[in-house]
Design a protein around this ligand. Structure first.
Ligand SMILES: Nc1nc2c(ncn2[C@@H]2O[C@H](COP(=O)(O)OP(=O)(O)OP(=O)(O)O)[C@@H](O)[C@H]2O)c(=O)[nH]1
Ligand SMILES: [Mg+2]
Length: 487
């Protein structure tokens, strides 16, 4: 400091009106002085205590930030977000997860019956090839010459199985709001009114409540188990879908195992085994009297997410003791995506799921859009979003099991993704291609210092997913600690 500055500050000290006002009076008596000193001491004590409290509050807030990890799961519909979250639930609250499995029974039933409907539609819709004369007859309504022809047989089967399609109808009314075509929540039904009319009891929060129960580690309440569908045993209520499913068990099995049916499905490229909620290989088990879905059934079942649902895991053991994990699971369908943005400025990490097996599929909500193209667009939007610049991104290139099966079945990637060119059509090359493609989008659009963590996943497989989730968890915690120490 220069000498002129020093002297000017000395001058200002004596002239400063506040300092002058605080000086003790010139004629202060010893008693007044003692009282004044005492008052000053008290004021300082209070001020120090406030400072101390503020310091403690700041430290607690910092600790809270370090302990609280908020993760947003993003990706298109059917990318595997909710399944990934269920793997976290299975890892952190296995007992509660198991206790909840029974509530999934109606969803599994629905998934099974919908697959049956898809088979019937495929075998009865107009054939794509002129060679299938019998089917031509079936679709045109002409009578087949031979009573044992496939067309007649299929029509008969359809007639016989029609009660199953009614089960599908009633389940969808119970498990979804009016404008949805697939289950969105774990529903319950109950009989109301003196006339005994059946009312569909839509519990909009039931999915949230279900996972809420998992996080609290409590068993489902008695109230939520009153329905025959979600209770442990099969009810005596003859309208319980169990009875119809049981009655048609053998017909369903013969439909699914029929060589001619398989042939038509193959010709029409209907790959039910790759579709969400595939249970056709487990018909006997699922239609058994006291069927309770296993954890794997729950992971395989398809339940669409609508809106945003928060799940909270407070960890009380292991290295992460005291860490609060908050997951936000979102609906990935196009009409759901506007709900994501309000969460962007308050998350620590994003797990983005891109189902890379979907290279030959289009979006349900817009059949003109290839699903991989949609994932690219979505990922670009996330990487370049300014609100997310400080958020870690973990990318799951998901459904690798299905990708492998599809490639082994000979489905050519370059027919759907032109830029794949003439690279070999095998798992190693295709997965590497997608890894590089997403990596370069991230490199191009993200802020320079943000890393991308990429994993090849099949999130419905518990064993392989568990180690990936541990790795992801550690990465997110580390990044979170680094970030909070900079604040
Ligand atoms: N084979 C296989 N199936 C998967 C995988 N990941 C998810 N699935 C299945 O795909 C279906 C859709 O998964 P969800 O987790 O419901 O998808 P989502 O992203 O939450 O979909 P929305 O809620 O509509 O946004 C379910 O039936 C899952 O069992 C996977 O890696 N492999
Ligand atoms: Mg979901």
């Amino acid at each position: 400091m220069s000498s002129s500055a020093a002297s000017s500050s000395r001058t200002s000290y004596t002239d400063d009106p506040l300092t002058m006002a605080l000086l003790p009076p010139k004629d202060e008596s010893p008693t007044d002085r003692s009282a004044r000193l005492h008052a000053e001491e008290e004021a300082k004590r209070i001020s120090d205590r406030i400072d101390e409290e503020l310091k403690k509050e700041r430290a607690a807030r910092k600790k809270q930030r370090e302990r609280e990890v908020k993760v947003l799961l993003l990706g298109q519909s059917e990318s595997g977000k909710s399944t990934c979250l269920q793997q976290f639930a299975l890892m952190y609250s296995p007992n509660a997860f198991q206790a909840e499995c029974i509530s999934w029974r109606p969803v599994v039933y629905f998934n099974l019956v919908r697959s049956i409907r898809r088979i019937l539609e495929a075998i009865l819709e107009p054939p794509t090839s002129a060679s299938t004369d019998d089917l031509n007859e079936a679709s045109s309504g002409r009578r087949s010459k031979s009573p044992a022809s496939p067309a007649n047989r299929f029509r008969e089967l359809q007639m016989r199985l029609s009660p199953l399609l009614q089960v599908e109808e009633s389940l969808i009314r119970k498990l979804a709001p009016e404008d949805e075509d697939e289950p969105t929540h774990l529903g319950e039904w109950r009989t109301v009114g003196e006339s005994g009319t059946r009312e569909y009891f839509i519990n909009s929060a039931s999915w949230k409540k279900a996972l809420g129960k998992i996080t609290n580690g409590k068993r489902p309440s008695a109230e939520s188990s009153t329905s025959s569908l979600s209770s442990g045993s099969t009810s005596e209520d003859r309208s319980d879908p169990y009875y119809i499913l049981q009655t048609f068990r053998d017909d369903m099995i013969s439909l699914w195992t029929d060589p001619e049916v398989r042939q038509i499905l193959q010709e029409k490229n209907v790959r039910l085994q790759d579709s969400p909620g595939f249970f056709l290989n487990d018909i006997t088990r699922i239609t058994a009297r006291k069927y309770v879905p296993t954890a794997q059934d729950v992971l395989n079942a398809r339940l669409k997410t609508v809106g945003i649902i928060e799940h909270h895991f407070a960890l009380d053991r292991g290295a992460e003791r005291g860490t609060d994990w908050k997951f936000y699971d979102v609906g990935g369908a196009r009409n759901q995506r506007h709900t994501w943005v309000p969460f962007f400025d308050d998350v620590n990490a994003i797990i983005f799921l891109a189902p890379i097996s979907a290279f030959d599929q289009s979006l349900v909500e817009d059949p003109r859009i290839n699903r991989i193209e949609d994932s690219f667009l979505l990922f670009k939007a996330i990487c370049s979003n300014k609100l997310l610049h400080n958020v870690s991104i973990v990318l799951f290139l998901n459904k690798c099991d299905l990708l492998r099966a599809k490639l082994e079945a000979g489905v050519p990637v370059n027919k759907y993704i032109i830029s794949y060119g003439d690279r070999p059509n095998d798992y190693t090359n295709v997965s590497q291609y997608f890894r590089t493609k997403f990596g370069s989008l991230h490199h191009e659009l993200s802020p320079p210092n943000r890393e991308l963590y990429i994993h090849l996943t099949s999130v419905n497989d518990t064993e392989s997913t568990r180690s990936i989730l541990v790795n992801v968890r550690d990465t997110i915690i580390k990044r979170n600690l680094q970030a909070s120490s900079l604040i």
